[in-house]
Design a protein around this ligand. Structure first.
Ligand SMILES: [Fe+2]
Ligand SMILES: [Fe+2]
Length: 196
């Protein structure tokens, strides 16, 4: 089967050059999105944390990243991209709150470092999206690749290690919407984000 794109995913390599977006080891274009070259963009069992709500959250970030890439490559992406950016900001906030609340409830000793990594990533996304909204349309070109790469690394390095500490009883399993700061402050004054 001919592949119109170069990719090195550890299993295969292809030599034909192509235009596209670099994501991980792959260069993605409209053709490669139709093939198994998007494996890097797909959540898979190797990065499963709990087989439950955490995995569901993580999967959504991979899906949002794929939609951003597809909308970019389609050439008709601004409205979709803006929706993706808003969703990404909200989901990141909700997911990080979900994890931080669970780690705090479990007295997880690495919570402080974990939260710092969340904060840095969230701030990076906010900077990129605000630059985009101020008119720099190229400011989020690398955002899908950043999101996928960051989550792949963060899940393995930082999320998996809390598995042994955080039991199922620690999780707030409500949908991410309810884990936004405004919702949390409305329902529980003790659920603020600034804990340190
Ligand atoms: Fe995390
Ligand atoms: Fe996570």
């Amino acid at each position: 089967m001919n592949r119109p794109f170069p990719i090195s995913n550890g299993r295969k390599s292809y030599s034909k050059p192509a235009e596209g977006l670099p994501v991980g080891d792959a260069v993605l274009n409209d053709e490669s999105l139709k093939t198994d070259s998007v494996a890097y963009l797909n959540w898979d069992e190797s990065i499963s944390v709990d087989g439950d709500i955490v995995d569901a959250d993580h999967k959504s970030f991979f899906e949002i990243s794929k939609v951003m890439i597809e909308s970019k490559l389609s050439g008709h992406h601004e409205l979709i991209l803006e929706n993706c950016l808003s969703m990404l900001e909200d989901y990141v906030t909700g997911h990080f709150n979900r994890e931080e609340l669970a780690m705090r409830a479990a007295n997880y000793p690495r919570l402080y470092d974990h939260k710092n990594k969340h904060d840095q990533f969230r701030n990076r996304i906010r900077r990129m999206t605000s630059e985009y909204r101020r008119g720099d349309k190229s400011a989020v070109d690398d955002l899908p690749a950043l999101v996928v790469s960051w989550f792949r690394s963060h899940i393995v390095t930082d999320d998996v290690p809390y598995k042994g500490w955080v039991q199922s009883t620690h999780w707030d399993k409500r949908p991410l919407y309810f884990l936004m700061p405004h919702e949390m402050s409305a329902t529980n004054d003790d659920d603020g984000v600034e804990w340190f």
